[in-house]
Design a protein around this ligand. Sequence first.
Ligand code: ATP
Length: 284
Amino acid sequence: MNALPPGDRFEDKADHAREPAGRAPVVEVLSAEKVFQNGARGLAPIDLTIADGEFLTLIGPSGCGKSTLLKLIANLIEPSDGRLLWWRGGQDRVGQDGRRLAFVFQEPTLMPWARADANVRLPLELAGVGKRDAAPRVADALARVGLSAFSRHYPRQLSGGMKMRVSIARALVTEPNLLLMDEPFGALDEFTRNRLDDDLVRLWWERRLTTVFVTHSIYEAVFLSTRIIVMAANPGRIFRTMTIDAAQPRDVGFRDSPQFAAYCRELSAWLAEASLPQRTGGAA
Ligand SMILES: Nc1ncnc2c1ncn2[C@@H]1O[C@H](COP(=O)(O)OP(=O)(O)OP(=O)(O)O)[C@@H](O)[C@H]1O
């Protein structure tokens, strides 16, 4: 186990907008801001580069714009000003050359009348893939989340954690190059959440699938991430960035380590600072 990082090593003072050394950018957020139709300012201009293979987590007080930033990255909403690039191109790059992104929401949003395998098959069906070609891909996606034995079960026959696994399998079945997750385990009990976090680390490690994850949990953020973006509100902005420099793949040994506790303590202090009203400091 590495020695505890000294305090000044916690903060990643690098320019968020700069391309991390040696890794191609997947998404570049270039002075993108969001003002909603009612005049509410969801996000001040944000500069952020997400590099290939990162597990990047957005954390911050309620209303700081985590979901808004994630939706911009997902190309679900457009910035009011500034722009985003995906794989060094505009929106047309999404979907080109097999470049796909997948979104996992907080609710599993499964079709209650369809079995687990049919739920996982849905994005392939929508893409015009026939049932016969889809079958091995669906089986593989269910196996990756440990649900092979439950493929013929209906959602009502599955626990909350299993439904979320189906939802993740449905995202993985398209073999995305970018996975976006908005508080996917927020509604689950802590034990189930830890187990799903363990699985997520393994899934990420297998293929280094670039992932952007939103959470309110300090423990989850430290356990999963290679980099954490702490955001602050009024207006939503980047407050500080923390790189989690711990050995991979992470397991319960990391969760029990003094290094983990030190990161959590520091992140907790940052969040307290980021939550102070009318905060003007930070690396916005
Ligand atoms: N469609 C909308 N119209 C107007 N204001 C919005 C809209 N969506 C979000 N906002 C506002 O933008 C700000 C950022 O919202 P957002 O949901 O991104 O924050 P968040 O950090 O994800 O919050 P939470 O942790 O509570 O989910 C908030 O002040 C919110 O009220």
